[in-house]
Design a protein around this ligand. Structure first.
Ligand code: N01
Length: 555
């Protein structure tokens, strides 16, 4: 390990990541009297919203739900301008919170964690950043963001391309100029879909490389009005309580007529086809991702799911003038909702432009990069700029990218090589005092992640306070509890239509990654209950060891 932290201090807790989860974690533990330090790879706070600054980046959860709910100061002083906040506004929000709650002084920016090793002799974690700085702490709380390790398409020869090459999740500080340029975009997930209409407006010509079409809805973004805010302030506390009782941790139908919001919580079989179509129409017009959870059985009832899939395909056929392009864009072969629903603005409309081409790479794969562009079929397509919107090594990749070692020097990478095993998505057997926000086996990205993060932060804060108050120095997931939870997580996959689709949710987007569900599909309320039960029973499922007992063990 390199030079020790300047203060040569052993912290109570080191928190990895200064996005939504990490900042609140730091604030909460500090408020409870723990000494804390945060490490953040970026030059500022923001997490995903710091790195993903491609044109059009915008949240697909409504701003009023996708924010902190723990602080009256924030509620009183911050006001969102749009129904779905853009990346710049969310980043400003997080920077403002960081300053307003005086969190910044405890975060080391430009500090990418390289190693975290548990020292069994002294029961402390030792950390080293890529800059060579060292830290030591009793507790290691990880909040790196579940989508933090970008991946490139597995197309050979990338280094040969002489034009400009960008990844949406590593966007340059200086905004690229697309005017007069021939641009290629690889990928039509959330990032690609948001970026494509904007690039199409500016570029001379755009070619979109499509592999698996996604079910894409219109955001129908709009400014938030004084009237919206007046209503929101009246219902805010009540709605936030309700969010924690909803499977996805947010309603997504703020300001929608009660009749339709209530129908959403009932199975589709209670309604006639006409009523279901009316429900689809209402949510389609309202916009946003909730169109996929229009009834509670969308992910368990194949007939209902297919009816909704066909509704989407008809909408695509209505918008896209060229029938061949429309069919290319129609998702098929997997149930709606089992890959992330994509929320965009005018994505399908973009394919009515004469200066936008669409290439289905399943029909004609991109063989390789060249100096001038790419080889597709028997042609070389030339580009000035290629943008890779190819996604992430999700959830586990955010942690396995680092050298994390627990008992006996075992690495997290090796322990998870056959798929992740965790207890409640919070702890891992063999890695004492490491607790995860957004870990595999938690509902994180299956929910309004801002709301889920608060649940995780509050549980971890309570656990650390309990440990301190009761003289416990070590807390580690029991192997039996971990295997039981992992079985629950895996069974939920098998019971749902999720098992029928390939996506980053099951790791199939990363060559060589073991197919395994990375998130808990049981919904936020069931997850809160499971975590609450463990806490109420003296952190059942965790081995809690007192300081004295540890010393005896070491003697
Ligand atoms: O990544 P993705 P993303 N040739 O993995 C394609 C969150 N997010 O950055 O599907 C051709 O979804 C790949 O094709 P396929 C959100 O949770 C949220 O867009 O593997 N194509 C796919 O089309 C989201 O789900 C927001 O067949 C290749 C695309 O690249 C998650 O981040 C905004 C290829 C990758 O899509 C990830 O989204 C942005 C190849 N060789 C992100 N390799 C909002 O809040 C890959 N692809 C709105």
């Amino acid at each position: 390990m390199g030079e020790m932290d300047a203060a040569n201090q052993v912290y109570d807790a080191l928190i990895l990541g200064a996005g939504f989860g990490g900042m609140y974690m730091l604030y909460e533990l500090r408020s409870r009297g723990f000494s804390v330090v945060g490490l953040e790879a970026g030059a500022d706070t923001g997490g995903a919203w710091y790195w993903n600054r491609y044109p059009g980046a915008r949240c697909d959860v409504e701003s009023l739900a996708y924010c902190y709910s723990f602080s009256p100061i924030i509620d009183e002083e911050w006001r969102w301008t749009e129904r779905y906040a853009g990346q710049k506004e969310i980043r400003s929000y997080l920077q403002w919170v960081c300053d307003r709650l005086d969190i910044r002084k405890d975060i080391r920016f430009n500090s990418r964690l390289a190693k975290a090793h548990y020292d069994e002799d002294v029961h402390l974690w030792n950390f080293e950043t890529e800059n060579g700085d060292s830290y030591q702490a009793r507790w290691f709380v990880t909040s790196p963001g579940p989508l933090a390790t970008p991946i490139w398409p597995n197309i050979p020869g990338r280094e040969k391309f002489k034009g400009q090459l960008f990844h949406t999740a590593k966007w340059p500080d200086e905004e690229p100029d697309f005017s007069g340029k021939r641009v290629g975009v690889i990928g039509t997930g959330s990032s690609g879909v948001q970026l494509i209409p904007i690039v199409a407006e500016e570029a001379e010509h755009l070619t979109v490389f499509l592999r698996t079409p996604n079910y894409t809805t219109q955001a129908r973004n709009r400014p938030l009005t004084d009237e919206d805010y007046a209503t929101w302030e009246q219902i805010r506390d009540q709605r936030r309580k309700e969010f924690r009782k909803l499977i996805r941790g947010a309603a997504g139908d703020l300001f929608i007529e009660d009749k339709y919001a209530e129908r959403r919580l009932r199975p589709s079989t209670e309604f006639t086809r006409e009523e279901r179509q009316e429900q689809f129409n209402v949510y389609w017009q309202h916009g946003g991702a909730m169109v996929s959870s229009i009834h509670i059985d969308v992910l368990t009832n194949p007939a209902m799911n297919e009816e909704l899939c066909e509704y989407f395909r008809d909408k695509i056929r209505e918008v896209v003038n060229d029938p061949a392009k429309a069919e290319m864009l129609c998702p098929r072969g997997y149930p709606i909702g089992t890959r992330r629903i994509v929320v965009g603005s005018d994505f399908y409309e973009t394919f009515n432009r004469d200066d936008v081409d669409l290439i289905d790479v399943k029909q004609t794969p991109i063989e390789r990069f060249t100096e001038k562009g790419v080889i597709v079929g028997d042609k070389e397509l030339e580009f000035d700029i290629i943008i890779s919107a190819s996604g992430f090594d999700a959830v586990t990749g955010s942690l396995t990218v680092m050298d994390i070692r627990g008992r006996g020097g075992q690495t997290l990478r090796d322990v998870w090589a056959d798929g992740p095993h965790t207890y409640l998505g919070l702890g891992v057997s063999g890695f004492p005092n490491m607790l995860m926000i957004g870990g595999p086996g938690s509902p994180s990205l299956q929910t309004n992640v801002a709301m889920y993060n608060e649940v995780a932060v509050e549980w971890i804060s309570d656990a650390l306070t309990y440990a301190r108050d009761n003289g416990y120095a070590e807390m580690e997931a029991e192997i039996s509890a971990q295997e039981e939870w992992t079985e629950i997580v895996n069974n939920l996959l098998e019971e749902s239509l999720f098992s029928k689709a390939d996506s980053w949710y099951v790791g199939t987007n990363v060559p060589g990654k073991k197919r395994a569900i990375l998130t808990y599909l049981g919904g936020l309320p069931a997850y809160i209950e499971a975590c609450g039960n463990a806490a109420a029973n003296d952190y059942a499922g965790f081995i809690m060891t007192k300081e004295g007992a540890l010393e005896t063990m070491c003697a």
